[in-house]
Design a protein around this ligand. Structure first.
Ligand SMILES: Nc1ncnc2c1ncn2[C@@H]1O[C@H](COP(=O)(O)OP(=O)(O)OP(=O)(O)O)[C@@H](O)[C@H]1O
Ligand SMILES: [Mg+2]
Length: 327
């Protein structure tokens, strides 16, 4: 059995309920240090609620959650301050503040956790994060409404990286992106994970993302994580949802796309170039030109690319108000 240091997140017996609806019941999950863990499950199975339970935005009815070896449930904000500084979050839909520029958005967590940082340093850090996520340097002074969907995702990622986190939570980062943009975002995520040594908790419906960059995949169904492992390991299980998901037409397309992309590009365990620049590589473009990327695996994917300004307006104090999971 792996020792405690191998796991950056441990969840045991998690139960979440909203009124009569039980979303999680007896959910267990461990996330290994340094991995990209894909989290999949049908819409409404509780992927986002799971993420929110880990980062303290949702108080579960029962269960234990440990991050970096420290329990996070039932502790107040000041007690978990040191832990919360060590993760970054890209919420579903982006949740950028529409009235702040990209640079100001990136500065939000910095100001929250380091209120004494001077303005020049805040600007410098924000510029660095903006460029690091593949945005042009002149994106900093722009407002979210002036950016494309893909650029907004990158801006959200820049903000998630503001505090140099060890652990990154990404909720549907490629939803709403075109295939080339989605592949580029995958490469960016993987490049950052490798160069910065991040652990990534990546919720996605995107089969291509799973095949391209995830080391393991956790499957949510029946209120639990029903299986976690590499894709070949999951394929060896006989759960009907897993079989339908990976072996359905979209799953087969994703495999074909990976095979066509060839060695050196994608697939956990294959050699890949660490590359924080998100430019799509020729191999990406070649496979994507054939329309092989399996985008929008579920019909509801489109709904997730809600305009940032709307997300910010409606989320109020919750996701949009916080970038690192404080209440
Ligand atoms: N604050 C809340 N109050 C009441 N019900 C909620 C709340 N948050 C989530 N739920 C419910 O919990 C269930 C799981 O929601 P969640 O957002 O985690 O789903 P998901 O797996 O992320 O779905 P999707 O793939 O569509 O993003 C849904 O039925 C949702 O309506
Ligand atoms: Mg969700």
């Amino acid at each position: 059995m792996a020792d405690a240091d191998d796991h950056i997140i441990r969840i045991k017996g998690l139960r979440n309920r909203f009124g009569e609806q039980t979303v999680h019941d007896g959910l267990d999950l461990e996330v290994r240090r340094g991995e990209i863990l894909g989290v999949v499950g049908g819409s409404g199975t509780g992927k986002s609620v799971l993420m929110r339970s880990i980062i303290g935005l949702q108080t579960p009815e029962a269960g234990e959650v440990e991050v970096f070896g420290e329990p996070t449930l039932g502790r107040d904000e000041t007690e978990t301050l040191d832990i919360r500084k060590r993760w970054g979050v890209l919420f579903q839909g982006g949740a950028l503040f529409s009235t702040l520029t990209v640079a100001e958005n990136v500065q939000v967590p910095l100001r929250e956790f380091y209120p004494d940082l001077d303005l020049a340093l805040l600007d410098e850090i924000a510029s660095y994060k903006v460029v690091m996520t593949g945005l042009p340097a002149d994106a900093g002074p722009k407002y979210p409404a002036e950016l494309s969907g893909g650029m907004r995702k990158r801006a959200g990622l820049a903000r998630a990286l503001a505090l140099d986190p060890e652990l990154l939570f990404l909720d549907e980062p490629t939803a709403g992106l075109d295939p080339i943009g989605a592949a580029a975002f995958d490469q960016l995520t993987q490049g950052l994970q490798r160069t910065l040594g991040l652990t990534v908790f990546l919720i996605t419906h995107d089969l291509d993302t799973l095949y391209a960059i995830c080391d393991r995949v956790a499957v949510l169904a029946d209120k639990k994580v029903i299986a976690v492992g590499t894709i070949p390991e999951l394929l060896a299980t006989d759960h009907p949802w897993i079989q339908e998901y990976f072996n359905g037409p979209r799953g087969r397309n994703a495999v074909a796309a990976q095979e066509q992309a060839g060695a050196g590009h994608v697939g956990p365990g294959q050699p890949r170039t660490a590359d924080a620049d998100a430019a799509a590589r020729p191999t990406d473009v070649a496979r994507l030109a054939d329309g092989q990327r399996t985008q929008g695996s579920f019909a509801d994917n489109a709904a997730r690319g809600a305009p940032v300004s709307d997300a910010t307006r409606t989320l109020g104090r919750t996701d949009a108000a916080r970038t690192t999971g404080t209440k």
